[in-house]
Design a binder for this molecule. Structure first.
Ligand code: CAA
Length: 388
Protein backbone atom coordinates (compact mmCIF):
# COMPACT_ATOMS: atom_id res chain seq x y z
CA UNK A 1 0.00 0.00 0.00
CA UNK A 2 1.24 3.50 -0.81
CA UNK A 3 2.71 5.37 2.13
CA UNK A 4 1.87 8.72 0.57
CA UNK A 5 -1.47 9.18 2.31
CA UNK A 6 -0.52 12.31 4.19
CA UNK A 7 2.61 14.43 4.35
CA UNK A 8 2.01 14.64 8.09
CA UNK A 9 3.26 11.64 9.98
CA UNK A 10 0.07 10.26 11.47
CA UNK A 11 0.55 8.02 14.51
CA UNK A 12 0.92 4.34 13.60
CA UNK A 13 -2.55 3.46 14.92
CA UNK A 14 -4.10 5.29 11.92
CA UNK A 15 -2.03 3.34 9.37
CA UNK A 16 -3.13 0.20 11.17
CA UNK A 17 -6.79 1.27 10.95
CA UNK A 18 -6.31 1.97 7.22
CA UNK A 19 -4.60 -1.28 6.41
CA UNK A 20 -7.01 -3.40 8.49
CA UNK A 21 -9.98 -1.69 6.79
CA UNK A 22 -8.44 -2.12 3.35
CA UNK A 23 -7.94 -5.85 3.95
CA UNK A 24 -11.57 -6.25 5.00
CA UNK A 25 -12.77 -4.20 2.01
CA UNK A 26 -10.61 -6.01 -0.54
CA UNK A 27 -11.93 -9.36 0.65
CA UNK A 28 -15.49 -8.60 1.73
CA UNK A 29 -16.74 -5.30 0.29
CA UNK A 30 -15.19 -4.61 -3.14
CA UNK A 31 -16.39 -7.96 -4.58
CA UNK A 32 -20.04 -6.94 -3.96
CA UNK A 33 -19.84 -3.29 -5.08
CA UNK A 34 -20.83 -3.71 -8.74
CA UNK A 35 -23.62 -6.12 -7.86
CA UNK A 36 -25.08 -3.80 -5.17
CA UNK A 37 -25.06 -1.00 -7.75
CA UNK A 38 -26.54 -3.10 -10.55
CA UNK A 39 -29.28 -4.63 -8.40
CA UNK A 40 -29.82 -1.42 -6.39
CA UNK A 41 -29.96 -3.56 -3.27
CA UNK A 42 -28.46 -3.17 0.18
CA UNK A 43 -25.10 -5.03 0.27
CA UNK A 44 -25.83 -7.40 3.13
CA UNK A 45 -22.60 -9.35 2.54
CA UNK A 46 -20.58 -6.12 2.81
CA UNK A 47 -22.44 -5.20 5.98
CA UNK A 48 -21.55 -8.58 7.48
CA UNK A 49 -17.90 -8.14 6.48
CA UNK A 50 -17.78 -4.70 8.14
CA UNK A 51 -19.70 -5.91 11.15
CA UNK A 52 -17.43 -8.88 11.75
CA UNK A 53 -14.43 -6.52 11.80
CA UNK A 54 -16.26 -3.96 14.00
CA UNK A 55 -16.13 -1.35 11.23
CA UNK A 56 -19.87 -0.79 10.75
CA UNK A 57 -20.12 1.90 13.48
CA UNK A 58 -16.49 2.44 14.50
CA UNK A 59 -17.11 5.76 16.25
CA UNK A 60 -19.22 4.30 19.06
CA UNK A 61 -17.47 4.50 22.43
CA UNK A 62 -16.30 1.33 24.15
CA UNK A 63 -18.68 1.93 27.06
CA UNK A 64 -21.56 1.10 24.68
CA UNK A 65 -19.75 -1.88 23.18
CA UNK A 66 -18.26 0.07 20.27
CA UNK A 67 -14.77 0.08 18.78
CA UNK A 68 -14.15 3.55 20.24
CA UNK A 69 -12.32 4.86 17.16
CA UNK A 70 -11.87 8.63 17.14
CA UNK A 71 -13.09 11.04 14.43
CA UNK A 72 -9.91 10.78 12.33
CA UNK A 73 -9.84 6.99 12.53
CA UNK A 74 -13.55 6.87 11.62
CA UNK A 75 -12.88 9.15 8.64
CA UNK A 76 -10.12 6.79 7.50
CA UNK A 77 -12.47 3.79 7.83
CA UNK A 78 -15.14 5.58 5.75
CA UNK A 79 -12.54 6.66 3.18
CA UNK A 80 -11.30 3.10 2.76
CA UNK A 81 -14.80 1.60 2.54
CA UNK A 82 -15.76 4.25 -0.05
CA UNK A 83 -12.66 3.44 -2.09
CA UNK A 84 -14.17 -0.03 -2.52
CA UNK A 85 -17.90 0.73 -2.46
CA UNK A 86 -19.49 4.13 -1.84
CA UNK A 87 -22.86 2.58 -0.96
CA UNK A 88 -21.24 0.48 1.78
CA UNK A 89 -19.43 3.52 3.18
CA UNK A 90 -22.86 4.89 4.08
CA UNK A 91 -23.11 2.11 6.69
CA UNK A 92 -20.45 3.58 9.06
CA UNK A 93 -21.23 7.15 7.92
CA UNK A 94 -24.98 7.04 8.54
CA UNK A 95 -24.60 5.04 11.75
CA UNK A 96 -22.51 7.98 12.95
CA UNK A 97 -25.02 10.55 11.63
CA UNK A 98 -27.96 8.80 13.29
CA UNK A 99 -26.31 8.21 16.66
CA UNK A 100 -24.36 11.45 17.04
CA UNK A 101 -27.39 13.42 18.30
CA UNK A 102 -27.60 10.87 21.14
CA UNK A 103 -23.88 11.05 21.87
CA UNK A 104 -24.04 14.85 21.92
CA UNK A 105 -27.21 15.47 23.92
CA UNK A 106 -29.15 12.37 25.03
CA UNK A 107 -29.69 11.14 28.57
CA UNK A 108 -27.56 8.23 29.78
CA UNK A 109 -30.66 6.04 29.78
CA UNK A 110 -31.36 6.73 26.09
CA UNK A 111 -27.71 6.10 25.14
CA UNK A 112 -27.56 2.88 27.16
CA UNK A 113 -30.73 1.64 25.49
CA UNK A 114 -30.07 2.51 21.85
CA UNK A 115 -26.31 2.52 21.27
CA UNK A 116 -25.32 -1.08 22.21
CA UNK A 117 -27.53 -2.68 19.50
CA UNK A 118 -25.84 -0.44 16.93
CA UNK A 119 -22.39 -1.27 18.29
CA UNK A 120 -23.13 -5.00 18.02
CA UNK A 121 -24.47 -4.60 14.49
CA UNK A 122 -27.95 -5.76 15.43
CA UNK A 123 -29.43 -2.45 14.25
CA UNK A 124 -28.49 0.58 12.19
CA UNK A 125 -29.45 4.20 12.93
CA UNK A 126 -30.73 6.76 10.40
CA UNK A 127 -31.17 10.53 10.56
CA UNK A 128 -34.46 12.17 9.56
CA UNK A 129 -34.16 15.91 8.96
CA UNK A 130 -35.20 16.66 5.35
CA UNK A 131 -38.78 16.77 4.14
CA UNK A 132 -40.41 17.13 0.71
CA UNK A 133 -40.67 20.92 1.23
CA UNK A 134 -37.73 21.36 3.64
CA UNK A 135 -34.36 20.50 2.07
CA UNK A 136 -31.77 23.29 2.24
CA UNK A 137 -34.20 25.25 4.42
CA UNK A 138 -34.24 22.59 7.12
CA UNK A 139 -35.87 24.84 9.73
CA UNK A 140 -39.05 25.04 7.62
CA UNK A 141 -39.91 21.42 8.46
CA UNK A 142 -43.55 20.53 9.10
CA UNK A 143 -43.33 17.18 10.87
CA UNK A 144 -45.10 17.82 14.15
CA UNK A 145 -44.70 16.30 17.61
CA UNK A 146 -47.46 17.25 20.01
CA UNK A 147 -47.31 16.56 23.71
CA UNK A 148 -50.13 14.41 25.08
CA UNK A 149 -49.67 13.65 28.79
CA UNK A 150 -46.59 11.47 29.16
CA UNK A 151 -46.27 10.90 25.42
CA UNK A 152 -45.52 12.73 22.18
CA UNK A 153 -47.62 12.16 19.08
CA UNK A 154 -45.64 12.38 15.87
CA UNK A 155 -47.12 13.14 12.43
CA UNK A 156 -45.38 13.97 9.17
CA UNK A 157 -43.15 12.86 6.33
CA UNK A 158 -39.36 12.77 6.04
CA UNK A 159 -37.69 12.44 2.64
CA UNK A 160 -34.26 11.31 1.32
CA UNK A 161 -33.66 9.15 4.34
CA UNK A 162 -30.54 7.06 3.87
CA UNK A 163 -30.95 3.40 4.87
CA UNK A 164 -34.68 3.94 5.48
CA UNK A 165 -36.39 0.65 6.17
CA UNK A 166 -33.09 -1.13 6.82
CA UNK A 167 -32.24 0.85 9.95
CA UNK A 168 -33.92 -0.19 13.17
CA UNK A 169 -33.71 3.28 14.74
CA UNK A 170 -34.22 6.86 13.56
CA UNK A 171 -33.34 10.26 14.97
CA UNK A 172 -36.32 12.36 13.93
CA UNK A 173 -36.51 16.16 14.09
CA UNK A 174 -40.01 17.59 14.55
CA UNK A 175 -41.72 20.87 15.38
CA UNK A 176 -42.82 20.95 19.01
CA UNK A 177 -43.63 24.69 19.14
CA UNK A 178 -44.81 26.13 15.80
CA UNK A 179 -44.53 29.71 17.12
CA UNK A 180 -40.83 29.44 17.98
CA UNK A 181 -39.23 28.95 14.54
CA UNK A 182 -35.95 27.06 14.64
CA UNK A 183 -36.12 27.16 18.46
CA UNK A 184 -39.37 25.20 18.34
CA UNK A 185 -37.82 22.01 16.93
CA UNK A 186 -36.98 18.93 19.03
CA UNK A 187 -35.31 15.58 18.36
CA UNK A 188 -36.68 12.11 19.14
CA UNK A 189 -35.66 8.48 18.82
CA UNK A 190 -38.17 6.52 16.75
CA UNK A 191 -38.07 2.77 16.27
CA UNK A 192 -38.85 1.10 12.96
CA UNK A 193 -41.47 -1.02 14.69
CA UNK A 194 -43.25 1.83 16.47
CA UNK A 195 -46.91 1.74 15.50
CA UNK A 196 -47.64 4.23 12.70
CA UNK A 197 -44.15 4.19 11.13
CA UNK A 198 -43.97 3.17 7.47
CA UNK A 199 -41.67 3.62 4.49
CA UNK A 200 -42.04 4.77 0.89
CA UNK A 201 -40.77 3.03 -2.24
CA UNK A 202 -37.00 3.23 -2.74
CA UNK A 203 -35.92 6.30 -4.75
CA UNK A 204 -34.52 5.49 -8.21
CA UNK A 205 -31.15 7.21 -7.97
CA UNK A 206 -28.15 8.05 -10.15
CA UNK A 207 -25.64 6.58 -7.70
CA UNK A 208 -25.08 5.03 -4.26
CA UNK A 209 -27.74 2.60 -5.41
CA UNK A 210 -26.78 -0.02 -2.84
CA UNK A 211 -27.84 2.33 -0.07
CA UNK A 212 -31.63 2.51 0.12
CA UNK A 213 -33.15 6.01 0.19
CA UNK A 214 -36.85 6.39 0.91
CA UNK A 215 -39.48 8.48 2.58
CA UNK A 216 -40.44 7.74 6.18
CA UNK A 217 -44.05 8.33 7.24
CA UNK A 218 -45.23 9.01 10.78
CA UNK A 219 -48.94 8.52 11.28
CA UNK A 220 -49.90 9.39 14.87
CA UNK A 221 -46.82 7.63 16.21
CA UNK A 222 -47.04 7.71 19.99
CA UNK A 223 -43.64 8.08 21.65
CA UNK A 224 -42.93 7.82 25.37
CA UNK A 225 -41.65 11.18 26.74
CA UNK A 226 -38.21 9.71 27.41
CA UNK A 227 -37.58 9.36 23.65
CA UNK A 228 -36.87 13.11 23.53
CA UNK A 229 -33.16 13.69 22.79
CA UNK A 230 -31.78 16.52 24.90
CA UNK A 231 -34.01 19.48 25.66
CA UNK A 232 -37.25 20.48 24.02
CA UNK A 233 -36.62 23.28 21.48
CA UNK A 234 -32.94 22.42 21.05
CA UNK A 235 -33.43 20.06 18.10
CA UNK A 236 -32.40 22.43 15.30
CA UNK A 237 -29.18 23.41 17.00
CA UNK A 238 -28.55 19.69 17.65
CA UNK A 239 -29.18 18.88 13.97
CA UNK A 240 -26.67 21.55 12.93
CA UNK A 241 -24.07 20.54 15.54
CA UNK A 242 -24.38 16.95 14.34
CA UNK A 243 -23.82 17.97 10.71
CA UNK A 244 -20.74 19.98 11.70
CA UNK A 245 -19.14 16.64 12.67
CA UNK A 246 -20.63 14.40 10.02
CA UNK A 247 -19.86 16.63 7.04
CA UNK A 248 -16.30 15.46 7.76
CA UNK A 249 -17.44 11.89 7.12
CA UNK A 250 -18.91 12.88 3.75
CA UNK A 251 -15.58 14.53 2.91
CA UNK A 252 -13.92 11.20 3.77
CA UNK A 253 -16.40 9.32 1.60
CA UNK A 254 -15.70 11.66 -1.34
CA UNK A 255 -11.99 11.24 -0.80
CA UNK A 256 -12.28 7.46 -0.87
CA UNK A 257 -14.35 7.48 -4.07
CA UNK A 258 -11.75 9.72 -5.75
CA UNK A 259 -8.87 7.54 -4.56
CA UNK A 260 -10.62 4.42 -5.85
CA UNK A 261 -11.05 6.03 -9.28
CA UNK A 262 -7.41 7.19 -9.39
CA UNK A 263 -6.15 3.74 -8.39
CA UNK A 264 -8.24 2.09 -11.12
CA UNK A 265 -7.19 4.64 -13.78
CA UNK A 266 -3.50 4.48 -12.87
CA UNK A 267 -3.47 0.69 -13.27
CA UNK A 268 -5.43 0.89 -16.52
CA UNK A 269 -3.17 3.60 -18.01
CA UNK A 270 -0.10 1.43 -17.35
CA UNK A 271 -1.62 -1.51 -19.26
CA UNK A 272 -3.71 -0.03 -22.03
CA UNK A 273 -1.67 0.48 -25.19
CA UNK A 274 -2.36 2.87 -28.07
CA UNK A 275 0.05 4.05 -30.75
CA UNK A 276 2.28 1.16 -29.63
CA UNK A 277 2.78 2.42 -26.07
CA UNK A 278 0.98 2.35 -22.71
CA UNK A 279 -1.28 5.41 -22.57
CA UNK A 280 0.44 6.33 -19.27
CA UNK A 281 3.43 7.42 -21.38
CA UNK A 282 1.42 10.26 -22.94
CA UNK A 283 1.44 13.64 -21.22
CA UNK A 284 -2.28 14.15 -21.84
CA UNK A 285 -2.97 11.14 -19.59
CA UNK A 286 -0.16 11.92 -17.15
CA UNK A 287 -1.61 15.39 -16.55
CA UNK A 288 -5.03 13.98 -15.71
CA UNK A 289 -3.47 11.52 -13.24
CA UNK A 290 -1.26 14.24 -11.74
CA UNK A 291 -4.20 16.64 -11.33
CA UNK A 292 -6.21 13.87 -9.68
CA UNK A 293 -3.44 13.05 -7.21
CA UNK A 294 -2.94 16.76 -6.43
CA UNK A 295 -6.64 17.33 -5.72
CA UNK A 296 -6.88 14.18 -3.61
CA UNK A 297 -3.82 15.16 -1.55
CA UNK A 298 -5.27 18.61 -0.83
CA UNK A 299 -8.71 17.18 -0.01
CA UNK A 300 -7.13 14.62 2.32
CA UNK A 301 -5.23 17.25 4.32
CA UNK A 302 -8.34 19.40 4.76
CA UNK A 303 -10.48 16.37 5.66
CA UNK A 304 -8.04 15.07 8.27
CA UNK A 305 -7.60 18.57 9.75
CA UNK A 306 -11.40 18.84 10.01
CA UNK A 307 -11.54 15.36 11.59
CA UNK A 308 -9.04 16.44 14.25
CA UNK A 309 -11.19 19.51 14.92
CA UNK A 310 -14.26 17.30 15.17
CA UNK A 311 -12.52 15.10 17.74
CA UNK A 312 -11.43 18.11 19.81
CA UNK A 313 -14.72 19.96 19.33
CA UNK A 314 -12.89 23.10 18.16
CA UNK A 315 -14.87 26.31 17.80
CA UNK A 316 -14.09 26.56 14.08
CA UNK A 317 -15.39 23.04 13.28
CA UNK A 318 -18.51 24.52 11.61
CA UNK A 319 -16.29 26.21 9.03
CA UNK A 320 -13.91 23.26 8.63
CA UNK A 321 -16.64 20.62 8.38
CA UNK A 322 -18.31 22.62 5.59
CA UNK A 323 -14.99 23.39 3.86
CA UNK A 324 -13.80 19.77 3.91
CA UNK A 325 -17.13 18.42 2.63
CA UNK A 326 -17.36 21.04 -0.11
CA UNK A 327 -13.74 20.79 -1.25
CA UNK A 328 -13.46 17.01 -1.14
CA UNK A 329 -16.76 16.43 -2.92
CA UNK A 330 -15.98 18.94 -5.68
CA UNK A 331 -12.58 17.24 -6.03
CA UNK A 332 -14.22 13.80 -6.18
CA UNK A 333 -16.55 14.90 -8.98
CA UNK A 334 -13.67 16.35 -11.00
CA UNK A 335 -11.38 13.39 -10.37
CA UNK A 336 -13.94 10.69 -11.17
CA UNK A 337 -14.98 12.52 -14.36
CA UNK A 338 -11.35 12.70 -15.49
CA UNK A 339 -10.68 9.07 -14.57
CA UNK A 340 -13.59 8.01 -16.79
CA UNK A 341 -11.81 10.02 -19.52
CA UNK A 342 -8.57 8.08 -18.93
CA UNK A 343 -10.50 4.87 -19.64
CA UNK A 344 -11.96 6.35 -22.85
CA UNK A 345 -14.94 4.40 -24.17
CA UNK A 346 -14.35 1.61 -21.65
CA UNK A 347 -14.80 4.11 -18.84
CA UNK A 348 -18.35 4.78 -20.02
CA UNK A 349 -19.38 1.16 -19.48
CA UNK A 350 -20.12 -0.90 -16.41
CA UNK A 351 -17.24 -3.22 -17.28
CA UNK A 352 -15.00 -0.94 -15.20
CA UNK A 353 -15.71 0.65 -11.80
CA UNK A 354 -14.99 4.30 -12.71
CA UNK A 355 -18.43 4.76 -14.29
CA UNK A 356 -20.04 3.78 -10.95
CA UNK A 357 -17.60 5.96 -9.02
CA UNK A 358 -18.46 9.01 -11.13
CA UNK A 359 -22.18 8.47 -10.47
CA UNK A 360 -21.52 7.85 -6.77
CA UNK A 361 -19.36 10.99 -6.41
CA UNK A 362 -22.22 13.27 -7.47
CA UNK A 363 -24.25 12.76 -4.31
CA UNK A 364 -21.37 13.94 -2.11
CA UNK A 365 -21.88 17.44 -3.58
CA UNK A 366 -25.55 17.29 -2.60
CA UNK A 367 -26.28 15.50 0.67
CA UNK A 368 -25.59 16.68 4.23
CA UNK A 369 -26.16 20.11 2.72
CA UNK A 370 -25.53 21.07 -0.91
CA UNK A 371 -22.18 22.64 -1.64
CA UNK A 372 -24.01 25.93 -2.12
CA UNK A 373 -25.20 25.64 1.50
CA UNK A 374 -21.65 24.76 2.60
CA UNK A 375 -20.44 28.01 1.02
CA UNK A 376 -23.14 29.91 2.92
CA UNK A 377 -22.06 28.24 6.16
CA UNK A 378 -18.39 29.06 5.48
CA UNK A 379 -19.15 32.68 4.55
CA UNK A 380 -21.26 33.20 7.69
CA UNK A 381 -18.52 31.79 9.92
CA UNK A 382 -15.94 33.94 8.15
CA UNK A 383 -17.98 37.15 8.36
CA UNK A 384 -18.84 36.55 12.03
CA UNK A 385 -15.11 36.21 12.74
CA UNK A 386 -15.48 32.60 13.94
CA UNK A 387 -13.06 31.21 11.37
CA UNK A 388 -9.75 32.67 10.26
N1 CAA B 1 -24.16 24.76 15.57
C1 CAA B 1 -24.99 25.16 16.54
N2 CAA B 1 -26.07 25.96 16.32
C2 CAA B 1 -26.30 26.33 15.05
C3 CAA B 1 -25.47 25.95 13.98
C4 CAA B 1 -24.35 25.14 14.27
N3 CAA B 1 -23.53 24.73 13.32
N4 CAA B 1 -25.94 26.47 12.84
C5 CAA B 1 -27.05 27.16 13.18
N5 CAA B 1 -27.26 27.07 14.52
C6 CAA B 1 -28.29 27.72 15.31
C7 CAA B 1 -28.14 29.24 15.20
O1 CAA B 1 -27.22 29.74 16.16
C8 CAA B 1 -29.53 29.73 15.46
O2 CAA B 1 -29.78 29.68 16.86
P1 CAA B 1 -30.52 30.88 17.65
O3 CAA B 1 -31.93 30.89 17.15
O4 CAA B 1 -30.43 30.48 19.06
O5 CAA B 1 -29.79 32.13 17.28
C9 CAA B 1 -30.40 28.64 14.83
O6 CAA B 1 -29.58 27.45 14.76
C10 CAA B 1 -30.88 28.99 13.44
O7 CAA B 1 -29.70 29.25 12.65
P2 CAA B 1 -29.75 30.02 11.28
O8 CAA B 1 -30.53 31.29 11.44
O9 CAA B 1 -28.37 30.09 10.76
O10 CAA B 1 -30.64 29.02 10.42
P3 CAA B 1 -31.08 29.07 8.91
O11 CAA B 1 -32.51 28.76 8.83
O12 CAA B 1 -30.56 30.31 8.24
O13 CAA B 1 -30.33 27.74 8.30
C11 CAA B 1 -28.59 26.54 7.23
C12 CAA B 1 -29.01 27.57 8.29
C13 CAA B 1 -27.08 26.47 7.39
C14 CAA B 1 -28.95 26.95 5.83
C15 CAA B 1 -29.23 25.16 7.57
O14 CAA B 1 -30.62 25.16 7.33
C16 CAA B 1 -28.61 24.01 6.80
O15 CAA B 1 -27.54 23.52 7.16
N6 CAA B 1 -29.28 23.55 5.71
C17 CAA B 1 -28.85 22.35 5.00
C18 CAA B 1 -29.57 21.17 5.58
C19 CAA B 1 -28.78 19.90 5.45
O16 CAA B 1 -27.56 19.89 5.57
N7 CAA B 1 -29.48 18.81 5.26
C20 CAA B 1 -28.84 17.55 5.21
C21 CAA B 1 -29.81 16.48 5.49
S1 CAA B 1 -29.07 15.05 6.20
C22 CAA B 1 -28.47 14.12 4.89
O17 CAA B 1 -28.35 14.58 3.81
C23 CAA B 1 -28.08 12.77 5.30
C24 CAA B 1 -27.84 11.75 4.27
O18 CAA B 1 -28.63 11.46 3.41
C25 CAA B 1 -26.59 10.97 4.34
Amino acid sequence: MSTGFSPYQLPAEYSEIRSATRDVCDAGVAPHAAEADEAASFPTASYEALRSADLHAPHLPAEYGGAGIDALGTAIVIEEVARACASSSLIPAVNKLGTLPLLLDASDALKERYLPPVASGEAMFSYCLSEPEAGSDAASMRTRAERDGDTWVLDGVKRWITNAGVSGYYTVFAVTDPQAGSRGISAFVVEKDDQGVSFGAPEKKLGVKGSPTAEVYFDSVRLPADRLIGEEGQGFSLAMRTLDHTRVTIAAQALGIAQGALDAARAYAAEREQFGKPIASFQAVQFMLADAAMKISAARELTYAAAAKSERGDADLTYFGAAAKCFASDAAMEVTTDMVQVFGGYGYTRDFPVERMMRDAKITQIYEGTNQIQRIVMARELLKGRAF
